[in-house]
Design a protein around this ligand. Structure first.
Ligand SMILES: [Zn+2]
Length: 217
């Protein structure tokens, strides 16, 4: 083989290796690629149509704990798409690892056919829209409006007194993928007018960010 031919052969081998190695910017690992029909399948029939119609399936890219790029989907109020994409850009720049971002409507997060936040949390899955009440209450959660996001819930648990959700989760501010008050991801949300559950005093919801509704005119 001539030197040129061997270089060409080496380049071809390299190109083939790149083509098959998923998790690169050109070829992220796909964690979620639902159609709209799939993303809203099984939605609680009590959800008002105008609320459902405000929701948008937003594709997001993030670093996984495996050091590879992943592609997932977040369902949020369409007005918040810009915020979400900007925060994920910060998360990527910071190499902040996210386990998965899959709508809670996915069959593996169903219990008796219903969307189940407990299953999503236990899987450390990041999600947003879910027509449900607040944890431990009856009033509608900001998740029901598509105005709240839970990030890496298994390592950023909800803690109220002795209750920790998901069960068995522990909050270690030093662990990768954990949110703290001074973390760039937290700051990116706060800079856009979102509130962080880790700043609450009556309970801590470290996984939770929400954006209040604009004041009524
Ligand atoms: Zn939440």
């Amino acid at each position: 083989m001539t030197r040129t031919a061997s270089t060409a052969a080496a380049l071809l081998t390299l190109a083939a290796a790149v083509a098959v190695s998923a998790g690169t910017p050109a070829d992220p690992i796909v964690d979620s690629k639902m159609t709209d029909g799939e993303a809203f399948n099984g939605l609680d029939p009590a959800c008002p149509k105008e609320l459902r119609d405000r929701q948008k399936v937003v594709a997001v890219t993030y670093w996984g704990f495996d050091g590879k790029l992943h592609r997932g989907q977040l369902v949020v109020d369409k007005e918040l798409e810009k915020d979400v994409l900007a925060v994920f850009e910060v998360a990527r720049a910071e190499k902040f690892p996210i386990r998965s971002v899959v709508p809670v409507s996915h069959p593996r997060f169903r219990k008796n056919g219903k969307w189940d936040d407990d299953l999503s949390m236990a899987a450390n899955n990041t999600s947003a829209f879910n027509y449900r009440a607040v944890t431990g209450g009856t009033t509608l959660s900001k998740h029901a409006l598509g105005r709240a996001i839970d990030v890496n819930p298994l390592i950023n648990p909800y803690v109220k007194g002795k209750l920790t959700l998901p069960p068995g989760a522990t909050y270690d501010p030093a662990a990768r993928g954990t949110l703290t008050a001074d973390h760039p991801v937290t700051k990116a949300f706060l800079a856009r007018g979102w509130a962080w559950g880790g700043n609450w005093t009556s309970l801590k919801d470290y996984q939770h960010f929400e954006k209040p509704l604009p004041p009524a005119k």
